[in-house]
Every structure is written in C-alpha cells, then in structure tokens.
Design a binder for this molecule. Structure first.
Ligand code: SAM
Ligand code: TMP
Length: 410
C-alpha cells in the first residue's frame, strides 16, 4: 500500500510512487569484519507532492548519520568534474563578482574543488562544509572553510562576521537538505539584494527520461524541476531567474535564484517549464511509468548477472558510487554475482559495500586480473573511465551498463 507524507516544501500531501525497499546508508562502507547486525537501514521510497509538485523521499535519514568526519565522497576524484567547477568559478568571477571586494559562499564545498579557483583568484570566499574529513582537505588547499551545516542560524552568523554575499553557490548539495525553509531563509539573510543563489543538482526530467533510478538514495532528498524550484523559491521571497541544463552526473540543471523582483527571468526558464509540461513531469502517471521501468531494469540486470554466473564468467563492479547502493540492494547483488568493486577513493578501499557487503578494492586490483565483464556503477563518468580503461577492452573485457536499459558494450 503506497504511503503518504507531508511535503517538506509546502506542507501538502506527498503520494508515494515507488518503493525501493530496505536500503542502507549509501556512503557508509563497513569494515569487512564489522558487526553487520548494527548496520543502519531505512525504507527508501519516493513520492510526488500534490500541491507544489516537488518529488521527494518519503522518509528522512538524520543528517549526522550521513555527513560526518568519515563522509567518504571526495569531489576532486574526477578530472572532468574538476574542469567543470573551474569553468563555473571563472564564469562567476567574470559575471557576478566584478564589483568591489566580492564575496562568495559555497554550501557543501567538499574538498574545495570549486573554491580553489576562487582562492587562487584572491577573492573573499567561505566554504560551509559539515563533513570534517573533506573540509580538512579544502583547508589544506588554503581555502577558508567553516565546519558546520548551513541553515538559517549559520547564515546569520556568517552575515554578522563577513557581510552579505554576491554569490551563494551549491553543487550537488541542496537536493541533500530536507530542511529547505531554514536554508532559503538563510540565503535571504546572507545574499545582497543584487546577489544570486546558484545551485546545480540532478534533474528529475533526466532521471525519468533515462530511468536513472540510482540517483535516488538516502542523501538525495529532493528531485528538482524548474516548476518545483520556481514554487519553492516563490514561497521564500526568491525568484527563479535562469536555468541551464548540464551534462554532468547523468543530467543536471543549474538554477539561478534572485531576490523576488530584482531580475527578469530569462527565456530559458519558460522554455524548460514548457518542456516539463510536455513531458508530464508533474503527473502521477508519468512517475508510475518510471517506476515500471525501474522494475524492468531490476529484473533484466538480475537475470543477466545470474546467467553470466551460470556460464562461469567473472564480473567486477566499477565505481563504488553512492548510487550503486540503490542498485545492488534493489537487485540483491552480493559477492556471488559481483566479486569486488574497484574505486579510486582511499576511504572506500578495503571496506565492503553498504548492505550487500561486496569488497571494495583498488583500480590496480582490477588491472591485475581483468574480469570478463565490468558492471559500470559510475556510469555518469563513462567517457572518462572507458577512455582510461582501454587496456581492459583490448584484453577482451566488456562493460555492462544499466541506464537507460541493461546492455553489454563491446
Ligand atoms: N559540491 C561538491 C560536488 O558537487 O562535488 C560536493 C557534493 S557532496 C555530494 C554533498 C556535500 O554536501 C557533502 O560534502 C556534505 O557534507 C555537504 N552537506 C550536506 N548537508 C549540508 C548542509 N546543510 N550545509 C552545507 N553542506 C552540506
Ligand atoms: P559519483 O558518481 O558520485 O561522482 O561517484 C564516483 C565514484 O566512482 C567515486 O567513488 C570515485 C569512483 N571513480 C573511480 O573509481 N574511477 C574514476 O575514474 C572515477 C571518475 C570515479
């Protein structure tokens, strides 16, 4: 029986449209000899608000369980993403930060992948990052970081100490934060009237179009559209004034909000809103159809891995992504189907995957004895990974992909 919940944006009713079942914390990689009976699980289900159309999780995981000293995700791990953030920093410097002594604040700056360029340009900046380990990596690069969760009280303290910001920026962070009222009140308190709040996150339109269901996991609480962001902004004295589709992480949108009435929305906003209307993105039927596609991929992937096992083939996972927790736990992929997962992140290596306990090893282990197949969990970095793993292909290895459907790539 699908559940209902209260919308974290407008308070109206959220109606569940897909249940991924019992899932672990996607970034909690236990030690192999840990007491697995203490592993944290919750029900991962997703729903649509019948009022403001925001798609969101039905259950919330307490933030300290996810973002803490040991949070393992390090943003600079991808060369492509480093370039992406450097490009954005340069653009903000040239367009929004041309006045006297400009000031930029980033929420969820992680290891400083974006703020590094701001620090190098000598502009006033501040990263707000609750996960201590990655915040230390940023500080070691000479970036000014405040180790805390951003919320209204934090914003008021920053405003008292540093004054108001020209730009507040957040990448792959805003969608992680259920307490949105407090965040946007903080943005209002900290932003100059002429300033902008720019954020980029996975786009529901791409998730539905590509059935990239593994974007749905504990940390991703909201799945934005131009329509739901416009609603969310309007309820908090802000206005959606620009949108830009991005090719990163399987399809994202960069939203620009400004204090209401301060800027004229670009034509891109109206265009994306029209596109969403055509895609019926706010209609329960479209999201239920998405759910049926998820079930089909689950069944196809499970059948393929079982067949390969029966044929005596070897399969290794590539990229112990947070996203892969949803896939492995939904499909029941355990070490009998995928012998290990390789990943470049030191904090994940030597550990096991959340819930399914597949060993995580290094890319060197992958290269030492190539498997017959590599299941590409980090499909959003496919181009970069396939280019650097050409030797795997040359040795006869084949990639398994499951977004937008299950297929083998020679
Ligand atoms: N911005 C980086 C990027 O795009 O690669 C990091 C994204 S990472 C997926 C999300 C980050 O948001 C984590 O480093 C986490 O600690 C941080 N975070 C979570 N809640 C936050 C909050 N309330 N305020 C600031 N950062 C937060
Ligand atoms: P993401 O999809 O959230 O960016 O996570 C990517 C994961 O994949 C992260 O754990 C690092 C890993 N990874 C590799 O192991 N090799 C690579 O070449 C890239 C780009 C990522």
């Amino acid at each position: 029986m699908p559940s209902t919940a209260q919308c974290r944006i407008c308070g109206d009713q959220v109606n569940e449209f897909y249940d991924f079942g019992r899932q672990p914390l996607s970034d909690a990689f236990p030690a192999p000899d840990a007491d697995h009976s203490s592993e944290f699980f919750f029900r991962l289900a997703v729903g649509l608000c019948q009022g403001c159309t925001m798609v969101q999780l039905m259950e919330e995981v307490p933030r300290d369980r996810m973002f803490h000293e040991e949070y393992p995700y390090v943003s600079s791990g991808s060369a492509f993403m480093r370039e992406h953030f450097e490009g954005l920093a340069k653009r903000l410097l040239a367009t929004e930060m041309t006045g006297d002594d400009p000031f930029v604040v980033e929420l969820g700056c992680n290891d400083g992948v974006m703020l590094k360029a701001m620090a190098e340009a000598g502009v006033r900046h501040l990263g707000v990052e609750p996960s201590g380990g990655v915040a230390d990596l940023a500080a070691a690069k000479g970036i000014r970081v405040r180790k805390s969760f951003f919320e209204e009280s934090t914003a008021r303290e920053i405003e008292a100490e540093d004054g108001r910001a020209d730009v507040i920026y957040a990448a792959n962070t805003l969608c992680h934060i259920p307490y949105m009222g407090s965040i946007l009140a903080g943005v209002r308190a900290l932003l100059k009237p002429t300033g902008v709040f720019v954020f980029e996150d996975p786009y529901l339109g791409d998730i539905v179009e590509r059935t990239s269901f593994d974007q749905i996991y504990d940390e991703h609480f909201f799945f934005f559209t131009a329509r739901s962001v416009r609603e969310m902004a309007a309820r908090n004295g802000l206005e959606l004034v620009d949108v830009e589709r991005l090719p990163v992480h399987g399809g994202e949108v960069r939203y620009t909000l400004a204090p209401a009435g301060e800027r004229t929305p670009t034509a891109a906003v109206a265009q994306l809103l029209r596109h969403e209307e055509e895609q019926s993105l706010a209609e329960p039927a479209a999201l239920e159809a998405f759910g049926r596609n998820v079930t089909r991929i689950r069944d196809d992937l499970t059948a393929l891995l079982r067949r390969l096992k029966d044929e005596g083939k070897t399969v290794v996972g590539y990229g112990a992504t947070a996203k892969s927790a949803t896939v492995t736990n939904l499909c029941g992929i355990t070490p009998d189907l995928v012998s290990f997962v390789c990943d470049t992140t030191p904090a994940k290596q030597g550990r096991v995957t959340p819930g399914t306990h597949i060993p995580v090893r290094t890319p060197e282990d992958f290269a030492a004895d190539y498997p017959d197949y590599a299941l590409l969990f980090a499909w959003n970095h496919a181009e970069e990974i396939m280019a650097k793993e050409q030797a795997f292909k040359d040795a006869g290895g084949q990639w398994i992909l499951y977004v937008p459907d299950v297929r083998i790539v020679q």
